[in-house]
Structure formats: structure tokens, C-alpha cells
Design a protein around this ligand. Structure first.
Ligand SMILES: [Zn+2]
Length: 542
């Protein structure tokens, strides 16, 4: 049997492959025919004859696995791209000496930068008890402000000059939803949590030309990982216009679903939604807000106190009442709402918000989302499916941090409420996967590392050892589905992408091994050998 949309000759035919379609009605095939940006036929090799003409490029896949292109459902990709130009990375750095060395080097190479910005510092893996201090940075740089963001972007380490620039003195009160960490005299120590670091300037002044060439380079890197779509959190209007222009010109080789901020109101969002309503490269569907912080900094909002010091249950960044008000307005205008909720209290409050929104505005296919869902009480896990709420999660958030801090923060028996992928899927919840790049302890936003984490619930280093709550592991097929079709569903695009079927956009990737069949350890040795975006081969492994 072959499935096809038209009998015209096509431009590209992939043959002799192991095609995993992520389409339940037709899960496996050998060949795919593509015309312009669309898939026109999926079937056996012998079915492809009508689609092959003189001008058709035919690629022999030599039995390799073909999947829909990966769709990273939650990233800070544009922000990460800009920071590669303006900041210094502290990925993998574990000692104060190394932080100081990188700061010194960056300061020397950027003699006229006003602020010296570091990012991807990982406080949970830092070789120091408690937080470091401003004095640790002052010894290297005391003339210009320094700000070093933790890998998740929720905490920031600054020097004295930065505290002065921000006006943070002993008398300055903590901002709403944030904390200026202080010593026993009330003096700021140099650690700013949550909203306390919001006044730090973030965007770099790159020209549109420099930004577009940087973006092309970064998109090429993720094409090599098989990524053809992503959702991005927040972008400056000038950067948005640059990539929207690239998309229109055909030089942006990834589809971007851009989230605006719920707190910015609805007028710009309405304008942009209207402008891109029929666009399949740029999407405007969702408005994002944060309700709580992160487990690493004890700022995720919990039902019960943390299992380790300091005492307390974390805190909300905004009141649930305020979020409810905004969510009702956004929902009434047909927007999807996405709320970051990591602690079990934050997850419960967010589900309550979505429940009330539906009571006020009426039920519709809203697909409101909760981002992260790291800890959810079993009573609340059930409510996702009842309310039609999408769970958007990052498998590596679990595996990379189990031993670093999660076990201690949660303690048992709360451990079995964490990263409950299997419970959610079994209850019929739409579960989409993304990396949260660059807020994740990985060198790259590699989907295969996420799939490995979802399937094994462990890391490459601890693979083979006893697994923490192994009952929550997923099958490879489910992990692929969460990274493709469910990510498309989560942006209302499952009718256009996320599976390999006639009429869908021709976004595909080819892998060096069949991850549905090899032992899990081999998932990490698997490479993407080809990526097709919008009907064009954009990457081939040489
Ligand atoms: Zn994020």
C-alpha cells in the first residue's frame, strides 16, 4: 500500500530506508517522495516509480532509520545565540580559579564592554560549599560590573561594581518575586535570585547583519542534530524582525514558534499572530509566564519543605491571582498560555489557574501548557488529561541532576512524584520534549541525548547502575513521539508536521543506527547523517 497526495513527478525520493513515520495508521515504510516543501508519498520502494522522473534526485538510504525532524519544544535558542557573541561560557567549570581565569581572559579581550557577562555557570556542580561571593570576582575585576548567570538563568553571581550599578545596598528591599542574598549585616553578598537580576542588561547590541550570520551558523549546528523546528522563549523585537526576514527569504533553516511574554500584554501578540497566521516557518501561538524558580536554588515552589537546608518551600515569582487574571485575558483572545512551574505547589496552582480559566471563558481546544513539571503530586498528575493541559518536559533535567541535588532537595517518598513521564503518558497526557537549551547541563541541544535520558533515566556515566524510579522510563517510540508529533501538537501544528505522511511538511532526519532496535547505550553513539528541512537537504554527514 502506498499513501500519496498527487501523482506528479517529484524532486526528491528517499529509498531503501527504515522509515518510522510516527503515524499510528501507517507506522513503517521504506521510501518517501518529496515535492517542493511537502511530502507527497510514503510507502514501499516499489511504490515510488510514478514519482521518479528525469529531474528527480533519488537517495539510497542503505537501510537507515528516517524520522520526522526533531522539534525542540522549549529553548532559549535566540538568547543563547546572542550570548555566544557577547558573553563567556562557564560550561563544565567547577572551580573558582577557573571562573576567575575565564573572567580575566574575557575582560582583557573586551576592553570597552560596559558589563562583563558570563553564562552557563553550574552552581550545583561548583566545587564550593554554599554560594560564592562578590569578593571572589572583585579580585579579578573591580572597575566594571560583572554578572555571571547560573546555567538555568534563575540565579546570578555579581561583583561589587554590579551591585553599585544596580543600586543594591543594605537598605534596598528585595524586589517582588526575587531575593538579594545578604550576609548577617544585611549587606548583599553578590548572589541575586529570580527577579532580583532582572535589571541587568541582557541583549547585546549586534547589527542585523552580524546577528543573521551568527544565527545561520547556530542553526546549521542544530540542523546537524536533526532539529528542524523549535520553540523559543522571548526575543527583542529587532532580533525577531531579522529572523522573520530570513524566514521570508528562505535563509532560516529552522521553523521557530516564538513565545511572547504574558506580562507584556496582548496588543503586540495580536499583531504578530495576525501577521504570521498562515506562515509555517514562524508561529505566534503562546504567551509565557513564570510562576516559580528552580530546584537547584531552592526557589521552586513546593507543597512541603525541601528535604535539605535551607528551611522553606521556595516562593512564587508572581501571585497566582495575578497570573490568573492575565491568563483569563489571554485565553479569551484565543492565545495559548505557557506557565513555568517546577515545584509541586507551582504545578498545583497552575492547574488551578487553567481550570478557572476554562470556567470563566468556557472550554475550548486551548492546549495551555506547563513548562518543566519537575515535581507533581499524583493527585495533580491526573488533572493534566482532565483539563487538556500539555506537559512540556526536559528529560535531562532529571538525569543530569539526580545526584547533584534532586535526591537531597526532594527526599523520599516525594521522589516518585518527580519527572513522572510514564505516569503522565499512561494517563493520556500530551507530553512534549525539549532541551531548555542552554539551561541544561549538556554541551549541545542534542535530541538523542534527551531520548537516551527518557529511555534509561540515567546518564552515560551511571548507565548500568541502579536507576532512580525506573518505572517512569519511556519506550524509544514514545520518546521519539514526544520529540516530534507531540511537540507539533503543543504548537497546534500536528496537522502540518511531526509525522511522515503525505501533505505534511518535508522535515526529516536520517540516523546512523536504528535507535528503535539497538540497545539503549548505542543511542548515544548514534549520529544524524542527513537532515532535510522544507524539502531541501540542509545537512549531510561527510
Ligand atoms: Zn526555559
Amino acid at each position: 500500500m502506498t499513501r500519496h497526495a498527487s501523482d506528479r513527478q517529484t524532486e526528491l525520493v528517499l529509498q531503501n530506508g527504515a522509515v518510522w513515520t510516527v503515524d499510528d495508521s501507517f507506522p513503517r515504510a521504506e521510501a518517501v517522495a518529496i515535492r517542493q516543501s511537502e511530502i507527497v508519498a510514503v510507502g514501499r520502494d516499489s511504490d515510488m516509480e510514478p514519482f521518479i522522473g528525469a529531474g528527480t534526485e533519488v537517495i539510497d538510504l542503505q537501510g537507515r532509520l528516517v524520522l520526522p525532524g526533531f522539534n525542540d519544544a522549549h529553548t532559549h535558542f535566540i538568547g543563547a545565540t546572542l550570548r555566544t557573541a557577547s558573553g563567556f561560557s562557564l560550561y563544565g567549570v567547577e572551580t573558582l580559579q577557573e571562573v576567575q581565569a575565564r573572567l580575566r581572559d574575557h575582560a582583557e579581550r573586551h576592553p570597552i564592554a560596559e558589563w562583563l557577562m558570563g553564562w552557563r555557570w553550574d552552581s550545583s556542580r561548583f566545587n564550593m560549599d554554599g554560594w560564592p561571593s562578590r569578593a571572589d570576582l572583585d579580585v579579578v575585576e573591580n572597575r566594571r560590573p560583572v554578572a555571571i548567570f547560573d546555567i538555568d538563568g534563575h540565579s546570578c553571581w555579581v561583583n561589587t561594581c554590579a551591585l553599585e550599578a544596580l543600586g543594591y545596598t543594605a537598605d534596598f528591599p528585595d524586589p517582588e518575586g526575587g531575593q538579594i542574598v545578604r550576609d548577617s549585616q544585611g549587606q548583599p553578598t553578590g548572589i541575586l535570585l529570580e527577579t532580583a537580576h532582572q535589571p541587568i542588561p541582557r541583549s547585546s547590541a549586534l547589527s542585523p547583519k552580524a546577528f543573521s550570520s551568527l544565527l545561520r551558523q547556530e542553526v546549521a549546528k542544530i540542523n546537524r542534530l536533526g532539529i528542524t523546528s523549535l520553540s523559543n522563549n522571548g526575543v527583542q523585537p529587532e532580533h525577531f524582525e531579522t529572523y522573520a526576514r530570513m524566514a521570508a527569504e528562505g535563509t532560516l533553516q529552522v521553523r521557530i514558534n516564538e513565545w511572547l511574554f504574558l506580562s507584556d500584554g496582548l496588543s503586540r501578540a495580536q499583531r504578530l499572530r495576525q501577521r504570521f497566521q498562515n506562515d509555517d516557518k514562524i508561529r505566534i501561538t503562546g504567551l509565557k509566564a513564570l510562576l516559580d524558580g528552580v530546584l537547584s536554588a531552592h526557589t521552586a515552589w513546593m507543597l512541603d519543605p525541601y528535604g535539605d537546608a535551607p528551611p522553606g518551600t521556595g516562593f512564587p515569582i508572581v501571585t497566582p491571582e495575578k497570573l490568573l487574571e492575565r491568563a483569563i485575558e489571554a485565553d479569551a483572545q484565543g492565545f495559548q498560555v505557557l506557565i513555568h512551574a517546577i515545584g509541586d505547589r507551582a504545578v498545583r496552582e497552575t492547574l488551578g489557574i487553567y481550570d478557572k480559566v476554562a470556567l470563566v471563558n468556557g472550554r475550548r481546544d486551548s492546549r495551555h501548557r506547563i513548562e518543566h513539571v519537575e515535581v507533581a503530586h499524583p493527585d495533580d498528575q491526573k488533572r493534566f488529561a482532565e483539563l487538556g493541559v500539555v506537559a512540556s518536559m526536559t528529560p535531562v533535567h532529571c538525569t543530569a541532576c539526580i545526584d547533584a541535588y534532586i535526591r537531597d532537595r526532594l527526599g523520599e517518598p516525594r521522589g516518585n512524584h518527580a519527572y513522572a513521564w510514564r505516569n503522565l503518558v499512561d494517563q493520556g497526557v500530551h507530553l512534549c520534549f525539549g532541551t531548555d537549551w542552554p539551561a541544561v547541563a549538556l554541551a549541545a541541544p542534542n535530541p538523542l541525548e534527551q531520548i537516551f535520558a527518557a529511555v534509561t533515566r540515567t546518564t552515560p556515566q551511571t548507565y548500568g547502575e541502579p536507576v532512580w524510579h525506573p518505572e517512569q522510563r519511556l519506550s524509544v517510540a514514545q520518546a521519539i513521539r514526544s520529540y516530534t508529533l507531540e511537540s507539533a501538537y503543543a504548537e497546534f501544528m500536528e496537522g502540518r508536521k511531526g509525522s511522515i505522511a503525505p501533505g505534511k511538511l518535508a522535515d526529516l532526519c536520517v540516523l546512523s543506527r536504528n535507535i528503535l532496535e539497538v540497545p539503549p547505550a548505542e543511542i548515544l553513539e548514534t549520529e544524524v547523517t542527513m537532515t532535510i528541512f522544507d524539502g531541501e537537504v540542509v545537512y549531510v554527514k561527510e
